[in-house]
Design a protein around this ligand. Sequence first.
Ligand SMILES: CC(=O)N[C@H]1[C@@H](OP(=O)(O)OP(=O)(O)OC[C@H]2O[C@@H](n3ccc(=O)[nH]c3=O)[C@H](O)[C@@H]2O)O[C@H](CO)[C@@H](O)[C@@H]1O
Ligand SMILES: C=C(OP(=O)(O)O)C(=O)O
Length: 429
Amino acid sequence: MDSIIVKGGKKLSGSVEIEGSKNAVLPVLTASLLAEEGVSRLHNVPDLSDVGTLAALLRHLGAEVEMEEGTVSVDASAELSCDAPFDLVSRMRASMLVMGPLLARYGYCNVAMPGGCAIGSRPVEQHIKGLEKMGTTFRTVDGSFEGHVDGRLKGAKIHLDFPSVGATQNLIMAASLAEGTTELENAAQEPEIEDLANYINEMGGNVKGAGTAHIKIEGVESLKGVDHTVIPDRIEAGTFMIAGAITRSEITLKNVVPEHLSALISKLEEIGVRIEATGDGVKVIPAENLKPIRVKTMPHPGFPTDMQSQMMALLTTINGTSVITETIFENRFMHVNEFRKMDADIEVEENHAFIKGGGKLTGGRVKATDLRAAAALILAGLVAEGYTEVTELNHLDRGYVDFHGKLQKLGADIERTDEQHTKSVITSK
Ligand SMILES: CC(=O)N[C@H]1[C@@H](OP(=O)(O)OP(=O)(O)OC[C@H]2O[C@@H](n3ccc(=O)[nH]c3=O)[C@H](O)[C@@H]2O)O[C@H](CO)[C@@H](O)[C@@H]1O
Ligand SMILES: C=C(OP(=O)(O)O)C(=O)O
């Protein structure tokens, strides 16, 4: 079985380059289906299995997709198929994002229901309700959403019950080729939404207000493929900030936008970890003694749920009791059992985790329960006594490029049993 083995106790030093953002490139790739002419060349694309999975889906739909050294080209000018089957959609929930572009372009889609995943049930009614308001009629057939539009999608005023990232993205894409104006209220404000809007505007679209809770989209007649550079991955950056903090080491991160990480940086500073801006990145400077905190995950600009397990790893090393409250996903504490196997003292009551930190972590064999838990367990392994073996690396490969290699370069004592595998995880043609 593939695993990463880390021996705890080494300090880190040096610098690490942050990749392009997984959560930005996935919606941007689906938006490339909106272009009836031209080729989109997307730069700063990370070599991740999720990108490979989405590329496979775009190819299945009839787009031409090429990948070379961080650039993915998508030509969606051919007549596309509108059927996204279960075997592709179920591999990755972001596949649902083909719905908006297909309905906008063809007035039809047949997209398998993605189902829940380890971190929660993850319903999609906000996507469906918004698209219905724009004139789509849905029925469910054999476990798929079949959507029909009479003519073209129509602009609408849509108030989201919750600022869902995926629903906001699907609706922006649908509205970009709809007739008239769409206004989204209580929209998600993540930097990845802004990146998607920038890409659509570069293609000839008209999206205003992305990055705020109120987004206004004027539909246009057509969009063209263009070049676009994906923003840096704020979650990978945050994960490496914690790598510096947990090992009490000064390290430098390159290709980071600190404004995208303000909630995490503010919590790290409260703990006693200084984050200093340096040209195109940041320096992580932990104090000698760190302090426990209370932290609650929230939609952006709040503290990101995707940093919750890595923060938990750090808090297990800090004297005193810290409290984490998870408000985004109903089942995102599965890593607690794995941390306990490493002798962490953590109690969970409903959506609160109480972490009594400062005790000794002990290495052992632990299982990655989701993508961020994979990284968090490796971070804990950096400071645990003895060897920690982390299995189920398929989760890690969804969202981190060469994670163990980057830690190795920073000085960690870490290796991966299937070294070859990490060369490229993108599915080839
Ligand atoms: C590829 C990608 O960008 N994934 C990110 C995206 O996921 P994703 O877009 O799936 O996250 P959402 O913001 O939609 O979901 C957040 C919460 O809202 C619920 N919900 C969502 C839609 C809906 O129609 N009904 C509903 O109840 C979900 O079950 C979840 O509990 O944002 C999450 C929240 O920041 C991140 O953890 C994921 O890394
Ligand atoms: C939950 C995540 O991703 P996804 O929405 O793709 O499952 C994540 O990136 O941590």
